[in-house]
Structures are given as C-alpha cells and as structure tokens.
Design a protein around this ligand. Sequence first.
Ligand code: LLP
Length: 416
Amino acid sequence: MCFHYQNGEMYAEGVDVKRIAREVGTPFYCYSSDKLTQNYQAYREALAEFNATVCYSVKANTNLAIVSALARMGSGADVVSAGEMYVAMKAGIPADKIVFSGVGKTAAELEAAIKNQILQINAESAAEVRAINEIALRLGIKANVALRVNPDVDALTHVKITTGKKENKFGVDWDDALPLYREASKMEGVRLAGIAVHIGSQLLDAEPFRLAFAKVAAMVRELEAEGIVLDNIDLGGGLGINYNAELPLTCTAYAEVVRETLGSLHKHIIVEPGRSVVGNAGILVTEVVCTKKMGSKNFIVVDAGFNDLVRPAMYDAWHTIQPVSKKGVAPLIADIVGPICESGDVFAKDRIIEPVQAGRLLAIMCAGAYGASMSSIYNFRPLVPEVMVRGGEFCVVRKRTSYEEMLAGHSLPAWL
Ligand code: LLP
C-alpha cells in the first residue's frame, strides 16, 4: 500500500499527503521507500539464478536519497555523465558496480571513469574506444571497456525513446562491432570487459528484448570463437510501467527471456533499469490555482508546470491525475494545465476528473522517473521539493530552491 486512499484521503504509505503539502508547500514530489524497495527487489529475485548486477539507471531520478536507498540495497549504477557518476559515488555505490553509457562522453568524463576504475565504460563508437585507449595509456591504467552495439531492433515504443534502431544515434553499428572488437583487443590501454545493448524505454513487449538478446548471444559466441572472451553482458534498461492501462512485462517474464537467450553463456549479467525502479514510487502533488471555462471547455490550472514534469509535453505521455481528497462528486471533462506561458504546458487533455476548485490538491501519479530529474527552472520557477516517505514518517530530501540560489551563479559584466 504505497499510494492509497483512506476515507477518501490519499496517503503515501502511512503519511497523509495533505499534511506533507501543508508542511512543504506545493508543488512537490513524494517518493515511497517501500515501493522503491519492492521494485528493486523484484529485479533481484527474478535474476537470482544469474550472476547479475542491477545497475539502477541514475538518469531516471538523481535524488541522492533515492540513489542512496538503492545503494544500501546493493544496487549498482548506470550513469551517462560525470555528474551522475559523482552522485552514484556520493550515494555510496562502489566504482566496480558503475557502468558509464552515452554517445558523447568527453575526454574529461572518460578520464574520470578510468581513474575511478569503474566496472565498464560502454563505448559507442570507434573514436571513443581509441580515445579511451589513449587516455588509459597516459594514465597507466587499463580501462574496462564494453562496446554498446546497436542491434537494429524496433523496441515498439515512442519514437523519442527508441534507441536500438540503425537510424538512432546510439551504439556501434552491428556490422562494425566485430572489427572494432578485434581492433580493441590489440589495444594496450583497453581490457575488453563486455558487450552492452539498450534498445529503448517503456517497452511493454518481450519480443524486442528477445531479438536483441539473441543477437547479442550470437555475437558473444562469435567473439569467443576468435578468442575474445568477455565477462559482462549488459542488457540495458527499458521495462515499461503501467501509466494508464498498460500491461508491463514482469521482472520474472523478463528474466525468462534472459534465460532463454543468454542463460547457457553463464556470463555476468548487468541490467540498467530506471523507470521500472522509481516510476511508480513517486507522485507529483500540485495545487489547483483556479478553474475556468472557455466555450464548452473546462480548464483546471495547477501550480505545477512542464518545467516540473515535462513528460506529457515532451512525449505526449499519459499520467493518471487524482484528487488528493476524493469527494465522490460526478466527474466532468477538463484540460489540466500548468501556469507556463506556452500552449504545450498541458498535463492532461479532455480528462475525466471530479470537479476541483482552487486550493484543492491533485496527485500526478507515476512521476518518480524522469520527473524531478528532467525538471528545469524555466519561467524562473524554483525546483520543487522532493520528499521521501517511510512508513509513518517523511523527510524532505531536496528542498525547494530559493531565488537567491537560482541567481547564485549569475554575474554582471563590468560595463553594466
Ligand atoms: N540504459 C541506457 C543506456 C539508457 O539510455 C536508459 C534510458 C536506461 C538504461 C534506462 O531506461 P529505463 O529502464 O528507464 O527505460 N525521458 C524519457 C525516457 C528516456 C530514457 C533514456 N534512456 C521518458 O520520460 O519517458
């Protein structure tokens, strides 16, 4: 019972959401420790038969308390910038459980990763492998490298979160992978540690995973036939969650695909889930500023905007929106919109919702992943507080930024 109703009032575990709103103000993100734990443990249990490491994909939610809670449970991290690597290490994730992905790692980022001797750098181009080798030779440290291969598989998800097709910018082209492995196997600064694949996010179907993993298995065998033996197979992230009425793949069903395609290779398996670990463990709570009617259209204007949660504006994503206090009144159809001066600042169009007046609270559900981590201060709106609940207690795990903090890095040129 993570987010649930008691006598018409929404609770986050044992805490009345209204009470948090009174204490921290709106909008705010609220995370359930219990849900986070359940989601992480579901992966652990499903993958128990493998030598597997769950490397939580930090980009989904970079809050230090979230990453620390996962670190305590034994999670590793998938990072895509030196900044995320910094957070992962601050949270206590050991370097040998960190993988670094991303198409455009800078020399400085590669150097940091090599110095930290992380589990593996998922290189995405020949140029990157060569750069890693040079930096590693200069530092006198062998870098653990995997090639992120692009399997050219359609993930059957939203176009902006599809990553495993030939036309996407990600990974090494399938046909170039073997020659690049051969080249890298001769590099003095490189230890070939693994192979990596990530085909997209919010996948609901097992088939794209099966196709991609089977291709990876074939490549691993081909490499072994040439004497290139890898330790790690990194399967990326991508498991979808239920935002509306989706039927997501369970971790168990996913593990079944891993077993069928890769089980006989007996390799160290790495998975990089983000959304499926934090997505449904978080909500965004917002207050209704006003309501208005224009022609036949109802608008509910709330105090959160797309700077706080960009997913609906950016991916046409559906998030269920519920009143924090249910009155049981007959619903109406309304657009739920934010205050930002852009027409795209819409959380829900033509949504069936009970009428709510100014001052009422709404909860935007499943906002734990790619919510706070993608937020900005557009319109000079402060980053909102993040609160973590455990049982009957809650803690502010990031405070609202103040205007002074928002201006802190600004300075004026001498001529002004
Ligand atoms: N590994 C790599 C290399 C990735 O690029 C990603 C996500 C993940 C793991 C984690 O994927 P997940 O398990 O969360 O699906 N902002 C978008 C999602 C972008 C995903 C980017 N990469 C959204 O809000 O839907």
